[in-house]
Design a protein around this ligand. Structure first.
Ligand SMILES: NC(=O)c1ccc[n+]([C@@H]2O[C@H](COP(=O)([O-])OP(=O)(O)OC[C@H]3O[C@@H](n4cnc5c(N)ncnc54)[C@H](O)[C@@H]3O)[C@@H](O)[C@H]2O)c1
Length: 356
């Protein structure tokens, strides 16, 4: 059966990404088999395990953020050259956000751009990393600092690939979905999350397909208006990330996964909005309850002794005006604004008892 074409996202330089949904793994592999031999695959050590036999031309990266570097990029480019991949050849990234970012970056520079298909296999990469055209590696300890804009021509989503994903990684992606629900121009995703909690957490395949489709539509709305993030619209997708990154970094990437930190950070941004009379109190309270209902540690507090380290990480944020860090706040459903927050208020928000 042909894969269901769900959307076309128009991105950087007018390029289009077709987002296709596979019914099952068989449907996915018959689509991928159609490319013939002009392809090179990129896996990581976990997604390679999903194949009984790996395709002839492939690179397997070590799993995790550690692989987002020049050495991995060089490995992909060297293999492409060794395999004789021409400009009309295709790189297929089969994995989470790390594999998607690496395959996309390599495609963007191999022969000044070759074809690219992404098969995201984590919830986070399905709703976020695979779509939107951003590619990057980490460099000199700075995350995503070297990269390019290069939208995939195709993104193939197969919910069945999520079966082997750990609960921790699943919740990592779900935090971005809830964030999308707050940023959406309508309430469909928000209501879906309220009503379908049990089906989502038990990973019912049909429910997850609907969830991913709704979440992608929100990301698409932001990226289509601002494909290369120059108009201050796409930035709004960073809701919860300023507080969240500081928490992730100051907890030394141990206690909090990225998603858990984004969930926590979004709730701090909601509280900031209420305190500054930007956000409606009832809306903020409802959104915080939604995060809590999915099990996120929203009530976590920074110890007084950890404040300086937290603040220093916060001050490294890229979104600054006149030296003041800007935060994405919500006026209400889908109405995001960028505002600076005075440091004493930030300190209060992360140390004192939560508002809700
Ligand atoms: N380009 C973008 O717009 C964008 C957006 C968001 C995030 N990102 C990037 O994405 C990365 C995070 O993505 P991620 O959370 O998917 O991380 P990841 O790619 O490291 O995947 C998380 C873990 O899940 C494993 N995994 C992947 N698929 C699996 C499966 N089906 N079954 C079992 N295990 C599986 C991976 O091997 C890894 O251990 C970060 O580097 C981030 O910068 C990019």
């Amino acid at each position: 059966m042909a894969m269901k074409n769900v959307m076309k996202a128009t991105l950087a330089q007018g390029k289009q990404t077709d987002i296709l949904f596979a019914d099952d793994l068989k449907d996915l592999s018959s689509h991928l088999g159609g490319y013939g031999r002009l392809v090179m695959w990129v896996f990581d050590t976990n997604t390679a395990k999903l194949f009984k036999q790996l395709p002839p031309s492939h690179v397997v990266l070590e799993s995790g953020e550690i692989s987002k570097n020049f050495a991995s990029l060089e490995r992909i480019l060297s293999s492409a050259l060794d395999e004789g991949l021409a400009r009309d050849g295709r790189i297929i990234g089969f994995g989470g956000g790390v594999v998607c970012d690496m395959a996309a970056f390599a495609s963007s520079i191999y022969m000044r751009g070759c074809r690219l298909t992404l098969v995201p296999t984590t919830l986070l990469s399905m709703v976020d990393a695979a779509v939107g055209g951003k590619t990057a590696i980490d460099f000199h300890g700075v995350k995503n600092i070297v990269g390019s804009f290069y939208p995939a021509s195709e993104v193939l989503i197969c919910i069945d690939t999520l079966r082997t994903l750990s609960d921790k990684e699943f919740l990592n992606g779900l935090a971005e979905v809830i964030k999308h629900a707050l940023l959406s121009q309508d309430e469909e995703l928000y209501k879906f999350l309220l009503v379908k909690k049990n089906e989502i957490l038990s990973r019912d395949a049909k429910t997850l397909a609907q969830l991913v489709e709704l979440s992608l539509a929100v990301k698409q709305w932001y990226i289509e208006q601002d494909p290369t993030e120059t108009m201050g619209i796409r930035q709004m997708l960073n809701l919860g990330h300023t507080f969240g990154h500081a928490l992730e970094s100051s907890s030394h990437f141990g206690q909090f996964s990225h998603g858990a930190a984004v969930a926590w950070g979004t709730c701090r941004a909601l509280e900031a909005g209420v305190t500054m009379q930007v956000t409606d109190k009832a809306y903020a309270s409802g959104a915080t309850k939604l995060f809590k209902s999915y099990g996120y540690q929203i009530d976590h507090r920074i110890g007084r002794g950890d404040w300086i380290e937290f603040r220093d990480h916060l001050l490294k944020d890229k979104k600054k005006v006149d030296g003041k860090v800007l935060f994405v706040l919500l006026e209400g459903q889908g109405k995001a604004v960028l505002k600076s927050i005075e440091m004493p208020l930030v300190q209060h928000l992360v140390i004192a008892k939560p508002l809700f």
